[in-house]
Design a protein around this ligand. Structure first.
Ligand SMILES: Cc1cc2nc3c(=O)[nH]c(=O)nc-3n(C[C@H](O)[C@H](O)[C@H](O)COP(=O)(O)OP(=O)(O)OC[C@H]3O[C@@H](n4cnc5c(N)ncnc54)[C@H](O)[C@@H]3O)c2cc1C
Length: 505
């Protein structure tokens, strides 16, 4: 960077990926001679789904010093402390389980969970359903907010549910306050120079937008990195079958005291699953499915029936999904972010998480590389590993399903297109190995840790047949479930309602 000429970032796309990136770049390089422009086509619009987050979104807002009271009401947002998976197992006693975000308080009961799960894997009849060992399912059942009273010094880890359109509007406004320039324009062409770098984007009336570095946030259209630069795409269709979604809102779903749910619902359906996302002004629903097993009309009917909306004239939106990733997120002088970079279906709501993580790793790599490609290869390897690590955990939900009631679920359970890491994790569980040690050996703990893997296996009831279990012996140290239940009930009393948490914003 010279002192005279600003370094020009051009971001193509104004969906969540584009505006999150613009805000992070503008914040990170504030005070530097850097210029950021976001070009977006008003007539193409954004995908407009993607309404559940991980705690990474909280970290994002914290980093930008944007308070919850500023952005949450503007985006109809609610708190999220985890996901309830229902119907993924037909095993007796395992019809649903909660996947919590990790919280410091869990360290009190977590060792008991790991221990009991290990005993049950070894054929000993002790309780090992994850819900009994975590506070979040208790709070979710009573629709508590995530903030405890002042005399209970244990914070929960949480993310959010939000309206994707409103989030985009909010982030655009905030980016403008950081000096980001917004150019409403449809891009028709990408000019690539002889050196293989992108020189400029060309608008529909021949307008030219030059830049030093480009960020492709053009969604599934993947205009710069894949189409113009020819970055190879790696589909995940062999191990993730779902390729469509049908989406439909319902009125807000509040309990008698006015609280919305504080968890995402992920309920298994005939050929996929449906999400249930509580917002303050409406409820978001979507059925993610494979059109090899059900056609779009039948999927819409199944969703309407599940929502008791068969007679409603509320229209449904049908979407196609491309599931896979670019081999390299960063090619030449362009970084792909968001749906143009890759997408691992929305089961654990990880897409925005990956956008934020990619932006953060990129900013660090770009700084270290003095605004050049020095760190490109290592950056690309890290991002690819993140995709693979998250993909494996999502694939495990399908591969381990305990349903077997139709071809969709049977084919998923029989799917042998598994990575070596996922095979190793499954072998470790079935052979009674220490899962934490296996995660460390495979170096995958940055994506999903021991608790997430335990919740998945144990939540599905992947244990020896209950008829073959033997009673525990006193010296084997099974968890004292009465004590744990007492602890959970006591801890849960320290949290007010979800409504109260939202009202204080
Ligand atoms: C069914 C489904 C459910 C999802 N659920 C979740 C979830 O719960 N949690 C989560 O984190 N993520 C989820 N996602 C992913 C999430 O929606 C996206 O990661 C996120 O919205 C980012 O999208 P994007 O900005 O990459 O693309 P888009 O929102 O599609 O934005 C693309 C932008 O590029 C612009 N553009 C495209 N072509 C041109 C052109 N030629 N000229 C100018 N501008 C152009 C468009 O106008 C738009 O502004 C879900 C995705 C799907 C499909």
């Amino acid at each position: 960077m010279t002192a005279e000429k600003a370094f020009r970032f051009v971001i193509l796309g104004g969906g969540s990926a584009g505006w999150i990136t613009a805000n992070l770049f503008a914040h990170h390089w504030r005070g530097k001679n850097v210029e950021i422009q976001v070009v977006e086509s008003p007539d193409i619009g954004i995908i407009g789904v993607g309404e559940g987050s991980t705690p990474q979104l909280k970290a994002f807002f914290d980093q930008l010093n944007i308070s919850e009271s500023l952005w949450m009401p503007a985006c109809d947002a609610t708190y999220k402390i985890g996901i309830r998976f229902a119907g993924w197992s037909h095993k007796n006693g395992y019809d649903s389980y909660f996947h919590p975000f990790p919280a410091p308080l869990d360290m009190h009961s977590e060792p008991s969970f790991i221990r009991n799960a290990a005993m049950r894997r070894a054929g000993i009849d002790v309780p090992a359903h994850p819900d009994s060992f975590y506070l979040s399912p208790h709070l979710a059942a009573q629709r508590s907010g995530p903030h405890p009273s002042d005399n209970f010094p244990f914070e929960l880890s949480y993310g959010y549910h939000f309206d994707a359109y409103k989030l985009g509007d909010f982030l655009r406004g905030h980016a403008a306050s950081l000096g980001v320039r917004h150019i409403p324009m449809r891009i028709e062409d990408v000019i690539v120079g002889d050196d293989g770098n992108v020189d400029a984007l060309l608008g529909e009336e021949g307008q030219r937008i030059d830049g030093d570095f480009f960020v492709d946030c053009s969604g599934f259209r993947a205009i710069i990195n894949e189409k113009a630069l020819g970055a190879p795409y790696i589909p995940f269709a062999d191990n993730l079958f779902n390729n469509r979604a049908v989406v439909m809102p319902t009125p807000p779903d509040l309990d008698a005291a006015g609280s919305a749910a504080i968890a995402t619902g992920a309920t298994a359906m005939n050929a996929g699953w449906r999400w249930s996302i509580p917002l303050t002004q409406r409820h978001g629903n979507g059925y993610v499915y494979s059109d090899k097993y059900i056609d779009p009309d039948a999927a819409e009917t199944e969703l309407r029936a599940a929502l008791d909306m068969l007679d409603s004239d509320v229209s449904a939106r049908h979407l196609q999904m491309r599931v896979g990733r670019l081999a390299d997120s960063w090619s030449a002088n362009s970084l792909a972010m968001g749906l143009s970079q890759g997408f691992i279906e929305p089961l654990e709501a990880t897409a925005i998480h990956i956008v934020i993580a990619t932006a953060q790793q990129f900013m660090a790599a770009f700084d270290d590389g003095e605004f050049g490609p020095k760190n490109r290869d290592i950056f690309n390897q890290r991002i690819a590993a993140r995709y693979e690590g998250i993909r494996d955990y999502i694939v495990a939900h399908y591969r381990l399903n305990q349903r077997g009631d139709n071809d969709y679920w049977r084919d998923n359970a029989a799917n042998d297109h598994l990575s070596d890491n996922l095979k190793a994790m499954m072998t470790a569980w079935f052979t009674g190995k220490d899962m934490a040690a296996e995660i460390a050996r495979l170096n995958i703990g940055n994506y999903y840790g021991n608790i997430s893997w335990h919740c998945l296996f144990a939540g599905y009831g992947v244990f020896p047949d209950s008829r073959k279990l033997r009673a525990p012996l006193p010296h084997e140290g099974a968890a004292d479930m009465v004590k744990i239940a007492h602890f959970m009930a006591g801890a849960a009393r320290n949290f007010g309602s979800h409504k109260a948490s939202l009202d204080r914003l």
